[in-house]
Design a protein around this ligand. Sequence first.
Ligand code: SAH
Ligand code: SF4
Ligand code: F3S
Length: 440
Amino acid sequence: MSTPKKLFIKTYGCQMNVYDSERMAEALGGQGYVETTSADEADMILLNTCHIREKAAEKTYSELGRLKALKKDKPDLKIGVAGCVAQAEGAEIMRRQPAVDLVVGPQSYHRLPEMEAKTRTGATALDTDFPEEDKFEKLASRPKAKRGPSAFLTVQEGCDKFCAFCVVPYTRGAEVSRPVSRILDEARDLVERGVREITLLGQNVNAYHGAGPDGSDYTLAKLIWDLDRVDGLERIRFTTSHPNDMTDDLIEAHGTCAKLMPYLHLPVQSGSDRILKRMNRSHTADSYLRLIERIRAARPDIVMSGDFIVGFPEETEADFQATLDLVEEVNYGYAYSFKYSTRPGTPAAERAQVDVAEADDRLQRLQALITQQQHAIQNDMVGRTVHVLFEKPGRLAGQMGGKSEYLHAVHVDNANVEIGQIAPVRITSASTNSLAGVLV
Ligand code: SAH
Ligand code: SF4
Ligand code: F3S
């Protein structure tokens, strides 16, 4: 047998890219590739890229600049760019960085094997189509290798919402939901391989409307109830949701489905109605707050998470103050805040930009408030018993680490537990990024 070729994948951006990278590795596994964690020994390097903010996109080019040097010692090395920068910039990438052999957009990953073969003839390969066929159906099925207890599973992809700042509708295309039966098959397969927790992924995961076994349209809640019946699957999560797609059945499931974890990532972006309108968000600050009230009525201990953009064009100090007010009212367990980044081709790029120093200052103030809330919620866990899904050994000998139902990282010393086990843990202390506890 010939020695297998080595594949190095570097993943940027969101969880969907993490999932896609796993699937690309599997697809190229069929071409005789095995994964390596070292770029130096790779025969093929793939960057799975993110275009969401300028900094993210520019990382692609600085990384490519470093990697091209590897070709000097290894002329057969192939370098590919996948993901959202590939989709957004296409052939431009090869013009800017001629060391690139292959550019593949997120909807064309099932074509990777033939594209790889093409690069082996010395040609370049480019595919940024939005093909009719479903890439997930055509991607090689997973090898039956054992894997960690927590896995991602993409159920929906793309976005039809067109927020004025966002590239995702252009890089991922229109909203598409995978059929229920395929998702259930994949979930059962993951469980057989050791998975206990599945996080359902979609750019607008709660807009899921895949075809059910009887041909009827499913909601995300209906899909969750089907997954609830998969033996051996203990935990279900989903991300990212849009406030307008939080349907009644989904809110109800948070109160009644024991496998659905009490954590919800529900981005709002701003607390100012004027800005929300200019963002094309089609919800108000008040409708968002009322929605959270209903979610908390269904599941009082749910931990909320969100995303915010500060310095969106035309944002005034008063608009920003409204965002701080909303954060005060919600009380987030986690929240991610970003300085607005101008993205070519999006409507907001044409508008009056906020002064950079002003935006930096707002970002700092918002992050200070969020950090304060996050720590308070973590500190509140001390003395409580949570249930931890153990995922890996901790940093110290004998330590084991995992996640609570609220998604807090928890570690336990001298823990007599197996990876993949869920066990009750009484929290004894909270530090900046994790909780410590003892097995009950
Ligand atoms: N589909 C999800 C996530 C989209 S991207 C949603 O609708 O919420 C993740 C986050 O990146 C967004 O929620 C937003 O807060 C941020 N983001 C998107 N475009 C941005 C831009 N141009 N500048 C700064 N942050 C941005
Ligand atoms: Fe982007 Fe808005 Fe779609 Fe989220 S809902 S992916 S922020 S356009
Ligand atoms: Fe980035 Fe594309 Fe995800 S732009 S956030 S990798 S959908």
